[in-house]
Design a protein around this ligand. Structure first.
Ligand SMILES: Cc1cc2nc3c(=O)[nH]c(=O)nc-3n(C[C@H](O)[C@H](O)[C@H](O)COP(=O)(O)OP(=O)(O)OC[C@H]3O[C@@H](n4cnc5c(N)ncnc54)[C@H](O)[C@@H]3O)c2cc1C
Length: 496
């Protein structure tokens, strides 16, 4: 009798709903619908497969993966996998698929509206797999959990670099390939990060490990690039590298708020002589100040001809503030700004209801003429920024990455409102108000042929997703049915 009571007590303690630190799972109880930490439990359970890494149930590990950069939604996973190998991911996906447990891949969790979150299911921490397998002039072969900063450092040691980086580079390679990867520094000439992928290794929702490319399992390849992890978890990527110039010259022009910088941005983008150019607007508290930022790589002793490159703009070349940075310092400059915001504002804990849309060259001015005057600089707390980033269309079809409705220009523009709350901690009223704003701005963007960049915070129903994918929806749905027939992968965005 005493033994039975003890067994029941143990069972209660080991059917984990927030347990002690470092608790590892031994199984899953389908009857209780919970993970099990102790094989001595009285409740029947299915034992998890042998793993090279860890499968954790403790409250701290689960809480760490319950939020993202947006700090708007929270969903606590039932278990956290820190894979020790690709096989760990495949084994656990098969285990979960057989029991209908949802599985989310998580990079750095820097999307802002629950895209990487998962209530009660399994979160796979991709940062556990971060090996750089090969770097040479043919390209890079790396694990999906490698950060762009890490890839840059390794490649630069060989005189090489990925062709383009996101502004902030402490993001996982697979995390940005799952959304698209827009580059403020190089997008106007080199497109998107997904334009520079040769091959992926993917764990599908069936738990198979498949290598895919434009020629091999092309439907999986197409569904994975920009595909928010709906058809598979990207575990390894083979990417283009190009020669790295040791230095980058940065020009910074300042404008009053409004559309003033856009003409100059377009002049530079269309001319194609600089690597990248983009515009930011920041609030001074009472007005917006625009900046045009331009990057040109060079080798020591052969600096760019400023007067020639910056000819024909609304301001003389001499109006630009000029800074030369080493390639590594250039790639990581936004990281340092974010570190500073972290120190001063506790940036990671601010609510970030970001708005992000792609617009066509032919529509972007009209859209901004409509939208910018409606944004009140007094509403933007320190840390907030508006961004306009051009990206050259590659012509490569990435159906899961939804471009704005095509026009004849080779460029499209990403417009972001990267705003945040004034103080750390939850702020549901602020989030709700900004979600309404985002819905209204999205409606306008869509009317202008724009498309959602799904890194930000936007209420989206299944019908909205179907409309978003448009003509690409039937193929995306077919790929989902084929590669994730149990529909367990990445529920965060709410697409299926
Ligand atoms: C400060 C800051 C600056 C940024 N700057 C830029 C920028 O310049 N350009 C730009 O394009 N974006 C930018 N972003 C957005 C960023 O690209 C996306 O948020 C990106 O998804 C973040 O990568 P992550 O590793 O944090 O991915 P997560 O947020 O963890 O994941 C993103 C999505 O991909 C899925 N996913 C993650 N890993 C995998 C995988 N291995 N396989 C399949 N699916 C996976 C997740 O489930 C989720 O749905 C910025 C974000 C921040 C916070």
């Amino acid at each position: 009798m005493e033994q039975e009571t003890r067994a029941r007590g143990l069972a209660r303690r080991t059917l984990v709903k927030g347990a002690a630190l470092g608790v590892a799972a031994v199984g899953f109880s389908a009857t209780a619908g919970t993970w099990v930490a102790d094989a001595a439990t009285a409740t029947p359970f299915d034992r998890v497969p042998h793993l090279d890494g860890e499968l954790l149930l403790d409250a701290a590990s689960r809480a760490a993966d319950a939020v993202d950069q947006g700090r708007i939604v929270a969903r606590t996973p039932g278990a956290v996998l820190r894979p020790g190998s690709v096989d760990d991911i495949a084994r656990m996906v098969r285990f979960c698929a057989a029991r209908g447990i949802r599985v989310s891949a998580r990079g750095e969790g820097h999307t802002t509206y629950g895209q990487s979150l998962n209530e009660n299911g399994l979160v796979v921490e991709m940062r556990s797999l971060k090996r750089i397998h090969r770097i040479d002039p043919r390209g890079a072969d790396i694990d999906g959990g490698v950060l762009w900063t890490e890839l840059m450092t390794a490649a630069f040691a060989h005189g090489l670099t990925p062709p383009l980086f996101t502004g902030y580079t402490d993001l996982t390679v697979a995390g940005t390939l799952s959304v698209g990867g827009a580059s403020p520094g190089a997008g106007s000439t080199r497109g998107l990060q997904i334009d520079h992928v040769r091959e992926l290794e993917v764990v599908t929702g069936r738990g198979e490990v498949l290598v895919c490319s434009a020629d091999r399992h092309p439907d999986l390849f197409r569904a994975a690039l920009g595909g928010l992890g709906q058809c598979g978890i990207i575990v390894r990527a083979r990417l283009d590298l190009v020669p790295a110039q040791p230095l980058v010259r940065n020009y910074q022009f300042t404008y009053p708020g409004g559309l003033a910088p856009i003409g100059d941005l377009r002049t530079l983008t269309e001319r194609g002589e600089v690597l990248g150019a983009y515009v930011t607007w920041a609030s001074t508290g009472t007005s917006f100040v625009g900046q045009l930022l331009v990057s040109v790589p060079f080798v020591p002793g052969s600096p760019p001809d400023d007067g020639h490159l910056l000819r024909g703009l609304s301001q003389p070349p001499s109006a630009a503030a000029v800074t030369d940075l080493s390639h590594p310092d250039w790639v990581t400059q936004v990281n340092r700004q974010v570190d500073q915001m972290e120190a001063v504002l506790d940036y990671g804990h601010l609510v970030k209801p970001w708005f992000d849309v792609w617009l066509n060259d032919s529509e972007v001015d009209r859209f901004l003429e409509d939208v910018l005057p409606g944004l009140d600089p007094r509403d933007f707390a320190p840390g907030s920024l508006l961004l306009l980033i051009p990206a050259k269309r590659s012509g490569v079809d990435h159906p899961a990455f939804v471009e704005p409705r095509a026009d004849s220009a080779p460029w499209m523009y990403l417009f972001d409102i990267l705003d945040n709350s004034a103080a750390p901690g939850p702020d549901p009223a602020f989030a709700a108000e900004r979600l309404l704003r985002n819905a209204e701005l999205y409606r306008k963007a869509r009317a202008a042929g724009g498309s959602r960049y799904p890194i930000g915070a936007l209420e989206f129903t299944k019908a909205d997703w179907i409309a978003h994918y448009g003509d690409a929806w039937p193929a995306f749905r077919r790929a989902k049915a084929r590669f994730d027939p149990r529909g367990i992968l990445n529920p965060g965005p709410g697409i299926f």
